[in-house]
Design a protein around this ligand. Structure first.
Ligand SMILES: *[C@@H]1O[C@H](CO)[C@@H](O)[C@H](O)[C@H]1NC(C)=O
Ligand SMILES: *[C@@H]1O[C@H](CO)[C@@H](O)[C@H](O)[C@H]1NC(C)=O
Ligand SMILES: *[C@@H]1O[C@H](CO)[C@@H](O)[C@H](O)[C@H]1NC(C)=O
Ligand SMILES: *[C@@H]1O[C@H](CO)[C@@H](O)[C@H](O)[C@H]1NC(C)=O
Ligand SMILES: *[C@@H]1O[C@H](CO)[C@@H](O)[C@H](O)[C@H]1NC(C)=O
Ligand SMILES: *[C@@H]1O[C@H](CO)[C@@H](O)[C@H](O)[C@H]1NC(C)=O
Ligand SMILES: *[C@@H]1O[C@H](CO)[C@@H](O)[C@H](O)[C@H]1NC(C)=O
Ligand SMILES: *[C@@H]1O[C@H](CO)[C@@H](O)[C@H](O)[C@H]1NC(C)=O
Ligand SMILES: *[C@@H]1O[C@H](CO)[C@@H](O)[C@H](O)[C@H]1NC(C)=O
Ligand SMILES: *[C@@H]1O[C@H](CO)[C@@H](O)[C@H](O)[C@H]1NC(C)=O
Length: 432
């Protein structure tokens, strides 16, 4: 304790930037910082402030842009960060793509992170005036139509890892290069106010989706429990929210997704040797907005579920399959859809090859309530469960999405043992 106290005094004298009055216990530490300005590197001063005030203190970032040139972890314990400005992760793709220049704390698909928040009992509030500048355009144009594979090193903008009882609030992520958020191995965590926007402005790619993998939120594998996702506004070209293996007790409310592939459960069952359990997930008040197709042509789903097939071919991060597990107790309620391609879909053939064994991954106890708006196809509900794991306990209430004019609504149910709420005369096929 004494040693900590002394070193804090020494550190604050040394750095000069952090306010610290002698005699006041460390618990009342406040560090204040402002951007150093054009051409300067802010990474050192940010790390010093968090090192000094990240435990039992408050760190206040004045408005403006902070130049961040290398990977960074914030270890926060019983503390607050007021991030009034933006962390601008410099656009330097060759640098970030070197494996040693990012963290690999997200187990699933070995994804890379340039910024990790960890710890317990903390609040990071960006006041809707701060967050992260990801310089995504540089990355999207660099990749253009090129191959992108999971685990190739493109960094997640904001990673919460091994955190408990934390809050990230009023946070803006401008042009994420890759996934916008991930939370892994964490619990009792609240996101309240999250903005992510991956919008291509390179005319070479108008009319195409070049912002792949810019997922809004990935509740990642490995035991993330009791997470709230509140008040999100997400623009992208991939999954708006992705619920992955071992996500339990998740509550999402007031989520708006502009473009992309909708809210995903999965992919699940990629790792043949790991169980992916997903349980007690509630999604409510969700709005899907189809953007101008010249900017972003995808608005694929309201909500969808995807597992790999039953055969393992290759290894993660990019390949695999054959993994076990179960998704149950899901409620998706109050979805407002603007011309989405498939409002509700489930398939168990993610990345499947001809002749693969059917998936044994089990989906069941899924409830869909109050879906309104419009669809771009007449297939409003497309449930294709695996013959090796037929689905039980599907409930549909007030699925009132309009198909394109002149067409009548259709549903598909393959390998569904029991469902309630879909009129059987509209079901194209029901077999098990
Ligand atoms: C430190 O802050 C706590 C509350 O956060 C307060 O109760 C305590 O009185 C403060 N101590 C000093 C010396 O200011
Ligand atoms: C960021 O810092 C680096 C030095 O590490 C500097 O070369 C670069 O110009 C700075 N960028 C900005 C936008 O200030
Ligand atoms: C990407 O594909 C589009 C056509 O789909 C083409 O016009 C464009 O030139 C391609 N870009 C690159 C970098 O290959
Ligand atoms: C879930 O997390 C929230 C936010 O940290 C907390 O207030 C609540 O007590 C947690 N619920 C349970 C059952 O632990
Ligand atoms: C996303 O960014 C684009 C380009 O900067 C902008 O035109 C659009 O309004 C933004 N979307 C939202 C929802 O803020
Ligand atoms: C999920 O949790 C189960 C047991 O609770 C564990 O066996 C499994 O390995 C976990 N899976 C992942 C992907 O972490
Ligand atoms: C929903 O979230 C948006 C931010 O994405 C916020 O502006 C709006 O006030 C929220 N609506 C409600 C009813 O809380
Ligand atoms: C389901 O999760 C929510 C938090 O999202 C929690 O409040 C609720 O108690 C959980 N229900 C069960 C049965 O555990
Ligand atoms: C159905 O969802 C819409 C939003 O999509 C909401 O405005 C409406 O209140 C919901 N209806 C009921 C009965 O909950
Ligand atoms: C719905 O989206 C599809 C695909 O982009 C488009 O062809 C169609 O014109 C849209 N329908 C309406 C009514 O906007």
């Amino acid at each position: 304790m004494l040693r900590e106290f002394v070193s804090l005094v020494v550190a604050s004298l040394w750095l000069g930037r952090c306010a610290y009055a002698a005699g006041i216990p460390a618990a009342n530490n406040t560090c204040t910082l402002a951007p150093l300005g054009e051409g300067q590197d802010d990474t050192d001063q940010i790390e010093a402030a968090i090192a000094q005030c990240g435990h039992y203190g408050t760190t206040i970032f004045a408005p403006g842009e902070y130049n961040v040139t290398r990977k960074m972890t914030w270890d926060l314990v019983e503390s607050k960060v007021d991030l009034h400005g933006y962390l601008n992760f410099q656009a330097n793709l060759p640098y970030w793509m070197k494996p040693e220049n990012t963290y690999r704390v997200i187990f699933i698909q070995s994804q890379a992170s340039w910024f990790v928040i960890t710890g317990n009992d903390f609040v990071v509030d960006a006041h809707n005036t701060g967050g992260i500048i990801g310089n995504g355009q540089y990355w999207w144009s660099w990749y253009g139509n090129g191959t992108r594979i999971d685990g190739d090193g493109r960094p997640v903008a904001l990673t919460v890892y091994r955190a408990a009882r934390g809050t990230v609030a009023n946070f803006r992520i401008e042009s994420q290069p890759f996934w916008c958020n991930a939370i892994a191995e964490s619990e009792d965590f609240v996101y309240d106010g999250m903005y992510c926007n991956a919008t291509n402005a390179d005319p070479l790619y108008f009319g195409q989706n070049i912002v792949w993998n810019t997922d809004g939120k990935c509740i990642d594998t490995y035991r993330s429990n009791n997470i709230s996702l509140l008040n999100f506004d997400i623009t992208l070209g991939d999954d708006c929210i992705a619920i992955k293996g071992n996500s339990t007790n998740i509550y999402a409310n007031n989520i708006t997704c502009h473009g992309g592939t909708g809210i995903a459960f999965g992919s699940l069952g990629q790792y043949y040797n790991l169980i992916d359990n997903v349980e007690n997930i509630t999604l409510e008040d969700i709005t899907m907005v189809r953007p101008d197709p010249t900017i972003q042509p995808y608005m694929e789903h309201g909500v969808y579920f995807k597992s790999w097939s039953g055969t393992t071919i290759g290894f993660p991060p990019a390949e695999g399959g054959g993994g076990p597990g179960r998704t149950a107790s899901v409620v998706a309620r109050n979805f407002r859809l603007d011309n989405v391609t498939y409002p509700i879909q489930l398939y168990q053939t993610n990345s499947a090859h001809p002749g693969d064994a059917p998936s044994e991954y089990q989906f069941g106890d899924l409830t869909f309530v109050n879906f309104t708006g419009t669809a771009a196809t007449n297939l409003l509900v497309d449930i294709e469960c695996s013959p090796a794991a037929p689905c039980e306990g599907l409930t549909f209430q007030n699925i009132d999405v309009a198909p394109p004019s002149g067409e009548s609504a259709e549903y598909t149910c393959y390998n569904v043992v029991s469902q309630e709420g879909l009129s059987s005369k509209s079901i194209r096929q029901l077999s098990h």
